[in-house]
Design a binder for this molecule. Structure first.
Ligand SMILES: [Zn+2]
Length: 133
């Protein structure tokens, strides 16, 4: 009978094997999850800013607007962006800004940008010195 195979009070071989497999799987997957979570929110914010910038460029091109033309999120959603991007760093909306200028996130500080650039280009100075006059 099955009960005779089972070691009373202990674990069956199947249970032990499953437990070991779960531990191995967990140890293998753990760094993956850590890496996923380590992708910082500023990085995601930067991607959304680029998305807004691209949508704004399309909007300006389609409508033949020149640089300096004011653009708002209502101009881009839903024609050029399915939904309004929301920053993971805070609740303030993105500032689209005029054509020809980069959109701005109220939560994405210059310090974050420098840190991000340092991450993307390790070894390079985060803010290159301006040439003297
Ligand atoms: Zn942001």
């Amino acid at each position: 009978m099955l009960n005779q195979i089972q070691n009373r009070g202990g674990f069956t071989k199947v249970e032990v094997v499953l437990a070991v497999l779960a531990i191995i799987l967990g140890a293998w997957a753990f760094p993956y999850f850590v890496r996923r979570q380590a992708r910082p929110a500023p990085f995601i914010c930067l991607a959304k800013l680029k998305l807004i910038d691209g949508a704004k460029e399309l909007w300006a091109t389609d409508n033949r607007y020149s640089n300096g033309t004011p653009c708002f999120m209502t101009n881009l959603v839903p024609a050029y962006l399915k939904t309004e991007p929301v920053c993971a760093l805070g609740t303030q909306p993105y500032v689209v800004g005029p054509v020809g200028e980069s959109p701005v996130c109220p939560h994405y500080t210059p310090a974050m940008r420098d840190a991000e650039q340092h991450t993307l280009n390790p070894g390079r100075p985060s803010s290159p010195g301006k040439p003297g006059h």
